[in-house]
Design a protein around this ligand. Sequence first.
Ligand SMILES: [Ca+2]
Ligand SMILES: [Ca+2]
Length: 499
Amino acid sequence: MKRILALLLVLLAAMPLAAAEVWDEPNWYEVFVRSYKDSDGDGIGDLNGLLSRLDYIRDMGWRGLWLMPVMPSPSYHKYDVTDYFDIDGEYGTLEDMRALTAACHEKGLRLIVDMPVNHTSTRHPWFQAAAEALASGEDSTMVGYYNFSRAGGSGYTPLDGTEWYYEERFSGGGMPDLNLDNPEVKDVIRRIFDFWLNDVGVDGFRLDAVTSYHTGESKRNIALLAELKAMAEQLKPDSFLVGECWANLDVIADYYTSGVDAFFLFPAAQAEGFVVSSLRARKEPARRFATAYEKTLEAIPEVALAPFLCNHDTGRTVGLVQGRSNPAVAKFAEGLLGMLNGRVFTYYGEEIGMVGSGDDPNKRLAMYWSDDDMTDQPPGTTAVEYAYPSVAAQQTDPGSLLSYVRAVNEARLDFPEISGGANAFILAEDSLCLMERTLSGESCRIAINFSGKEAGRLSVGSWAIARDLEVGESAAAVSESDGEAWLTLPPYGIVILKD
Ligand SMILES: [Ca+2]
Ligand SMILES: [Ca+2]
């Protein structure tokens, strides 16, 4: 018997680690390292600064971290990489990165890094060698790493000192597109993945700009993503990949056939996305929300969603909902997002209502820890505004946006059905919505009041309030009359019910 047990244990230990379930990591946080926390006084956020804030991140209820690119790069945003096997000196060292990864894992946080493989920097040694070879008429295998053409045309940039053009889909940024058909380039990508997953020890990647891998060719992009997913899985079985497919629902759903774990849910994001557009709708907001969400769930499995409201490329939520002077609406936007399935991604600073729109640097402002604890603003910033108080101020205020976001994150951790459960709408009329989520035989119901006025009398039967996400002073309540139980929701109230 003991032998059989020992054999079983050996077999179990040899089995590949299963990927984490969505309800183990329902809350993710996107960090721009440069603007987050400086540790050495040079005004630039760095890895050790971020390390010092992991307890804050964990306490806020986030369980996964996505870092915008941390590899060496000439730009402040670092999406144009010059070395895929190192850390940008502004952010620290590889040792700092390994220490950060280890600390994340000790604290139960998963860590993924941004992986831009569509393009490099023009200053990458590969591109420099290719350009020199073309200028001098010599041979170099590096020429095959990029897409050079004599003809040029749309998406191509002239190569100085030659009659050649190079493909560059993000023009003007010094970001030449890699030739992703070249088997040598794919081998290098495998080495990059291996290095990050197994040497540094991160848990996966955010794949940048996947629709630009082969611009305008979805089928080829999906095939390449399937290769990248197989590569990551083989190198680290429990690794997690989330892709940036900035497109409509049908296109995103197509990209899921690649097997990549998740794609950001752009149709939920920004002013046009169904979260903000329903909460701002004058007529039938609940029905509008239900229609869009049902359509989403028909296209993409609930556990694979990656909803968000904004990121480093977009305007921030407070601006989208006109929440500068209306914290209740800003809270409700975060609450509504938090009631979606899957892994919710929150951009740093959203929890304190930071604002930002227009020029890119304005969307990437210094995290407002307190008046004397901030990094310098990113270069090129043209507007600096903080509409809400600092982290320090909001942490001591139970009515703050920060406290509300923490409560939403906690609800997602405490009720696994919210992120992982199959969804059914029970009611979606006027401003009232009632959804049920069921996971492994366990159910919860989510009642939502889309209106800024108290919403009355939703019959709830034997379901009782298990969690009340209040945007203001008043709370939800259940009262009995005529032999029935009626739920009253405060303005923008969201309530989790259990039977
Ligand atoms: Ca620094
Ligand atoms: Ca490309």
